[in-house]
Design a protein around this ligand. Structure first.
Ligand code: ATP
Length: 373
């Protein structure tokens, strides 16, 4: 059992019908959500969707207008920020420039009047955890951006919070360092067993680090699920489109009556055979539907594959060679432009097709999902 599937597991954090208004603007709209111990939970969504506001309410910097937030079963409303077992690591790490790495990490412990020996022990532990032993005496300006980020992390974990909030923690790092640091974060989260909640607008980052992802839009949570479920079974066109690359084709559904297997045909263009798919959702005949399929689920071939559930002819518009994969834009006779991706496992793959080539695109009946909006 993952904790969120275990009926006996009590959530560490529970939002119950939480709404936050700023004047007459609703930043968070009736959010209910449970986060469990040891989770690495990601809040994902575009700028302005309310991620930071949700997190600031957890930290205690904002109070909900309506609803309750429970930490370990206790309403946290009356608990001031510094008394919550919650720590927040900010986008700008705000290290003290005049203090050494060691002193930066020790700062909160000293303020709490922890005993000297215990402080030393705890700081050393944190230095080891974040692989900063060698830099203990340096000042923040004498270390790299990635190392500064680790100091900030060590400092936030020093007091062993139950919950660590990370607001776009890797925003200042370049892509390569960012990816390495994501794995480091996962490693540190696992070693400490602390519950992490990360705010990010970067879907790759959320998918990499998180045990579960909440996708937000305009103050609401649209879907909460593991990264693979979000990717393979998005709840809506919005989620499908926000996570990774996707082709979305609008049409009208015709369920195959009484077949029990969720088969459905989607009429999408005059003179084209319907898309054949399967779905667990209910569609009425003639109901508007959006067929969503990931580029890597579409095969691109010179000849029409035999027995393909779906096959359409098109012309290659352009190709992006990305090393491990190539992405093709293929124009159909209907004017639709479809993205198909091939894995370049063999060296010749990059030259498989070229622009203006006539090709066939094909996919199985279960390769895509049918969405209502
Ligand atoms: P970003 O990724 O850009 O940080 P976000 O998803 O974290 O975005 P929030 O910072 O939570 O978004 O803001 C959500 C909405 O609430 C925004 O439209 C913002 O303008 C508004 N908002 C946030 N704080 C306040 C405030 N103190 N007063 C008025 N409006 C606010």
């Amino acid at each position: 059992f993952a904790p969120w599937e275990d009926p006996n597991e009590k959530p560490l954090i529970e939002f119950r019908g939480v709404t936050k208004r700023f004047g007459d603007f609703t930043a968070i709209d009736d959010v209910s959500l449970s986060i469990f111990r040891r989770e690495f939970f990601a809040l994902l969504g575009p700028s302005g969707c309310g991620k930071t506001t949700l997190m600031r309410m957890l930290a205690g910097f904002e109070a909900p207008t309506e609803g309750t937030i429970l930490l370990d079963g206790q309403d946290i409303a009356p608990v001031p920020p510094n008394k919550r077992a919650v720590n927040m690591m900010f986008q700008s790490y705000a290290l003290f420039p005049h203090l050494s790495v060691w002193e930066n990490i020790a700062f909160g412990l000293k303020r709490d009047r922890m005993e000297k020996d215990r402080i030393a022990q705890r700081v050393d532990e944190m230095l080891r955890l974040t692989r900063l032993e060698k830099f203990a005496r340096r000042k923040p300006h004498q270390i790299s951006g990635g190392q500064r980020q680790r100091v900030a992390l060590a400092r936030s974990l020093a007091k062993a919070p139950k919950l660590l909030l990370l607001d776009e923690p890797l925003g200042a790092l370049d892509k390569k360092l960012r990816q390495d640091t994501q794995f480091e974060l996962m490693d540190i989260q696992e070693k400490t067993g602390t519950t992490f909640v990360i705010v990010t607008h970067d879907q790759e980052e959320a998918m990499t680090v998180a045990s579960r992802v909440a996708v937000m839009d305009e103050g609401r949570i649209i879907q909460v699920a593991t990264p693979d479920v979000i990717y393979e079974s998005p709840a809506s066109v919005y989620v499908a489109d926000f996570i990774g690359d996707v082709n979305i084709i609008e049409g009208r559904a015709t369920p195959v009556p009484d077949d029990g297997e969720g088969r459905v045909n989607v009429a999408w263009a005059e003179g084209q055979p319907p898309i054949r798919g399967t779905t667990r959702r209910r569609f009425e005949t003639g109901q508007k539907a959006w067929f969503a399929i990931r580029p890597e689920k579409i095969a691109i071939t010179q000849d029409r594959p035999e027995d393909a559930a779906n096959a359409v002819r098109g012309k290659v518009l352009d190709i992006a060679y990305l090393g491990n994969i190539s992405t093709y834009h293929v124009e159909l006779p209907t004017g639709h432009v479809v993205k198909a991706q091939t894995a370049n496992t063999r060296r010749i793959a990059r030259r498989a097709f070229t622009w203006e080539d006539e090709v066939w695109l094909s996919w199985t009946a279960t390769a895509g999902v049918l969405l209502e909006d």
